[in-house]
Ligand binder design. Structure first.
Ligand SMILES: Cc1cc2nc3c(=O)[nH]c(=O)nc-3n(C[C@H](O)[C@H](O)[C@H](O)COP(=O)(O)OP(=O)(O)OC[C@H]3O[C@@H](n4cnc5c(N)ncnc54)[C@H](O)[C@@H]3O)c2cc1C
Length: 494
């Protein structure tokens, strides 16, 4: 017979969504809130530990952002080019990149609560800093919508949440794996927990699931994400293996989001599988290879295979990994010249696997490609670059290629100045898009669209996105739904 224990609210997971839900529940009056984290203490925190955790949200422009960053000097602020990112901009981005399949009610809810979510984090004690920018003519051009990140990146955010949670008496139990739900679809009453010492039951008046996606299970990836998905490399936590999601579905939860879809990005081909470390400056994962818009990407046959300049990286990077996965050996090479490498945002590609040569033919030999084919691809691309349109690195410049397939829609500058560089990339999986269906109260719904009493969810475990995702929306979704989940769970009379 297993041990039994009681609390008010159980939160499954130890990542950013879980911390936000736990803090919101405690703030709303729940007395005893317990977080259960499968990972050991040294690895707690889910995906945020490996990310810079930028936030996309609606704001009024640089003046409002400066309120969030009190340490920014007047001189620095003067150099910012940061127009408003409106509610309508954010909603349009969500609708466009998900090909209008995202649940409009949930999308509107995220957009409407995005600014308040960030303000709540600041009120709770999370500090933010500005994102990196492209500097042109002394002005800092920021990607609209994605202009701030927590101080210290994802790890900084997690450690700050932990301190806040500790100060509120919220316990985090590591090495504590949830292996089952107590109750049923009629009412969830707690969870079963597996630890090194054995199993116990933890009853509660509500359970909030923040257990992440299934991207770290090669078996589930192969089952849901299609051919070759088991070859993807996991960018973040190794502990997001989807068992809680499977238990939720078995219990009667409705599914939502794109079950064959995931956030998949181009990463260094030499990076490890899982737990890829953050950059030293905290500004992103060390394996990210997101400057492809300034060059061309070729597969191991030496051919281009996608539009590298379709849009700003925020709107393309989460689907570019899938394009790489589809190439022979799930491998590709990003090619730049001496001029285009200077356009990289500061610190990007530091420590990257890189090959350099004085000619394209020599470069081809270094990376095992046929020199005739690669030289032909680059010559053809250079000849197709429209010289009549001015180059503008900070904006969609419409400087495209003419007459080649695939087209490069923007930033089509010639690759002509020696030395030339190749950065090998493969497909990294960030998080999966399929999950459980929730409503705007973060209640998990059953297949009849009725809330399952006592059960709430936030984060990657919910099904929301389709095809692609506007960069930095994951963290915003987390804070928006975790806040409401915490409040609703605390208000529930169990
Ligand atoms: C490299 C990288 C860069 C990213 N960059 C950004 C960015 O800049 N902006 C942005 O918005 N998003 C970004 N993301 C995505 C974002 O980090 C995730 O979407 C987000 O962290 C998900 O939060 P979560 O709390 O739902 O899940 P996670 O952070 O993955 O947490 C899930 C937690 O559940 C635990 N767990 C799983 N199963 C069990 C179980 N059976 N019992 C107990 N615990 C369990 C896990 O150990 C983990 O702690 C990035 C992700 C990665 C990997």
């Amino acid at each position: 017979m297993s041990r039994k224990e009681k609390c008010d609210i159980v939160v499954i997971g130890g990542g950013s969504a879980a911390h936000e839900a736990a803090v919101a529940a405690r703030e709303a009056g729940a007395e005893r809130v317990i977080m259960l984290e499968k990972a050991p203490k040294s690895e707690f925190g889910g995906n945020a530990r490996y990310s810079h955790t930028g936030f996309r949200f609606a704001y009024d422009g640089g003046k409002e952002i400066r309120e969030f960053l009190p340490d920014v000097s007047a001189a620095e602020f003067e150099s910012w080019y940061m127009p408003p990112y409106t509610r309508a901009n954010f909603l349009a981005d969500l609708m466009r990149v998900t090909e209008r399949r995202i649940d409009p009610e949930l999308a509107n809810f995220i957009v409407d609560n995005s600014n308040a979510g960030v303000r709540w984090m600041i009120e709770k004690g999370i500090r933010f800093e500005r994102e990196k920018s492209v500097i042109v003519g002394g002005k800092n051009y920021f990607e609209p919508g994605a202009v701030i990140m927590p101080v210290g990146g994802g790890l900084g955010q997690l450690l700050a949440w932990r301190e806040i949670a500790d100060s509120m008496g919220i316990e985090l139990r590591c090495d504590s794996k949830v292996t089952g739900f107590l109750g049923s679809e009629h009412c969830v009453e707690g969870v079963r927990v597996l630890t090194a010492e054995g199993e116990y039951d933890l009853t509660a008046r509500a359970v909030i699931c923040c257990s992440g996606g299934f991207q770290a299970s090669a078996e589930m990836r192969a089952r849901y994400l299609g051919p070759g998905a088991d070859f993807m490399r996991v960018r973040g936590s190794k502990h997001n293996t989807g068992e809680v999601l499977q238990m939720l579905i078995a219990m009667g939860a409705k599914t939502a989001g794109h079950w064959q879809g995931a956030h998949e990005t181009p990463i260094d081909a030499a990076s490890p599988d899982g737990a890829i470390p953050l950059r030293d400056d905290g500004h992103g994962n060390s394996a990210n290879r997101y400057e492809y818009k300034f060059g061309v990407t070729v597969n191991t046959l030496g051919q281009r295979f996608y539009d590298e300049g379709e849009n700003k990286h925020s709107y393309t990077y989460a689907k570019t990994g899938r394009a790489v996965l589809a190439q022979p050996g799930a491998l590709a090479h990003q090619i730049f010249d001496a001029t285009t490498v200077k356009l990289f945002r500061e610190g990007n590609y530091a420590g990257a696997t890189m090959h350099e040569a004085d000619t394209i033919r020599e470069l081809a030999k270094l990376i095992g490609l046929n020199p005739d084919v690669l030289a032909h691809t680059i010559d053809e691309y250079n000849a197709a670059c429209d010289e009549s349109v001015p180059f503008d690195p900070g904006n969609l410049d419409g400087k495209s290629t003419k007459g080649i397939t695939p087209k490069k829609s923007n930033w089509a500058v010639k690759i002509e100045k020696s030395p030339f560089r190749a950065y090998p990339v493969t497909c990294g999986v960030t998080f999966t898009f399929g999950g459980v269906k929730i409503n705007t109260r973060a209640q998990v719904l059953n297949v009849a669209d009725k809330p399952i009493p006592g059960l709430y969810a936030s984060g990657d475990v919910i099904g929301l996105f389709f095809h692609n995702y506007p960069g930095n929306t994951g963290q915003t979704r987390n804070v928006v739904f975790s806040r409401i989940a915490g409040r609703e769970a605390a208000a529930r009379n169990g």
